[in-house]
Design a protein. Structure first.
Length: 374
């Protein structure tokens, strides 16, 4: 009888210990707390960090490596750790552009140039001893206004890509659902735009037909739109959007013509370009001053759904390439260290950026709330 009692006590103790251990594992890193955010143009974030206006910032490259190389900040978390292989910047089309003379043909040729520019960059990055790699770095230095050391460090944390597919669509569905969960858009908005579900929205909003048609595009001896240039939108110094820099450069092909010109296109910067954020660029689409542009997928999604901006995604530009930066001497070595502190996110509006969404995702995994700074 005594043995049975002892065994029962031991079993009970094991159960208690097991439950306690499981609870400890589940609660690890879930201490709770609030992190505040404020909207800021990425170009201002490094200065804000050095002057203690913010305790951290999350931004795209090269604004991350700029602080790291300069020993101003250190990366607490790369976005690839939050969502591996996540899409970031995309190529967006104002659908009304298709109604102008030769609109579909011009878009197809634009995508052909985008594909070749992306492939040229990837080939250059694969051979750092090549002349093309040196040329790429030089062009990136000119575009970002950062030195070669910063640019080369930044290239290590992003991948240029034009293809879309199932994983791309899945990520956009996740972004869209998150906007709904955050009440930043609604299922009613989906209905208003004629979409039956999140999946239906992404299936329609992502248009792969121009990527498919681009294979049949041949160079043109003449410019097809000499008096009606494509108005190009892009973000200030955003390394993710180097494809348009390559496609505009007249030295890449060795023919004295840019890739856009090679395929019969006249392309010029849109009014307002370069834009400070994707949300601002989407306002340009709404105003009809941007025809085709490079920007983050999330602002394209939320501005389309909420504002009815007539746009569609026609290609990918890059994956990953953003990071959460803290001051080099801050002592912050975990997300819990940001509790009751302020993080700058790209904006305004801050909530439209992919950096905001990914930060929100990771903080919630750790049981932390992200709220606007008041």
């Amino acid at each position: 009888m005594e043995k049975k009692v002892i065994i029962a006590i031991v079993i009970a103790a094991i159960v208690v210990v097991g439950v306690a251990s499981a609870a400890l594992l589940l609660s690890k890193g879930k201490a709770g707390g609030t992190v505040e955010y404020l909207a800021m143009a990425p170009k201002d974030m490094k200065a804000a960090l050095t002057t203690d206006q913010v305790d951290a910032y999350i931004a795209w490259e090269p604004y991350v490596s700029d602080s790291v190389v300069g020993n101003v900040g250190e990366v607490l978390l790369w976005t690839e750790e939050i969502m591996p292989d996540h899409p970031c910047c995309v190529v967006v089309l104002r659908t009304g552009f298709l109604e102008q003379t030769d609109g579909p043909e011009l878009v197809k040729r634009f995508v052909r140039a985008h594909i070749e520019a992306t492939e040229w960059m990837n080939d250059a990055l694969a051979d750092k001893e090549s002349a093309n790699y040196t040329k790429l770095v030089d062009m990136a230095v000119g575009f970002t206004a950062r030195n070669a050391t910063v640019v080369e460090a930044a290239f290590e944390h992003l991948e240029f890509r034009y293809e879309m597919g199932e994983s791309f669509d899945s990520a956009l569905e996740e972004f869209t659902q998150m906007y709904i969960d955050l009440n930043m858009t609604t299922t009613d908005k989906l209905d208003d735009r004629g979409y039956s579900s999140v999946e239906d929205f992404v299936d329609i909003y992502v248009n792969e037909t121009f990527l498919e048609a681009a294979d049949d595009v041949s160079p043109s001896g003449t410019i097809l739109n000499p008096t009606s240039p494509i108005k190009l939108g892009y973000l200030l110094g955003d390394l993710h959007q180097m494809a348009q820099v390559i496609a505009l450069n007249s030295t890449v092909m060795g023919t004295g013509k840019s890739l856009f010109e090679t395929y019969g296109l006249k392309v010029e910067a849109a009014v307002g370009a370069p834009f400070s954020t994707g949300g601002a660029e989407m306002d340009g689409f709404s105003a009809g001053t941007v025809d085709i542009g490079y920007l983050g997928a999330p602002p394209s999604i939320v501005k389309h759904l909420n504002g009815g901006t007539a746009t569609t995604i026609i290609a990918q530009a890059n994956v990953e390439g953003s990071g959460l930066v803290v001051a080099a001497d801050s002592g912050i070595d975990s997300l819990e260290g940001l509790v009751n502190k302020t993080v700058a996110v790209p904006g305004p509006p801050a909530e439209t950026s992919i950096q905001f969404l990914l930060l929100k995702i990771e903080l919630e995994r750790e049981g932390l709330d992200l709220v606007v700074k008041t």
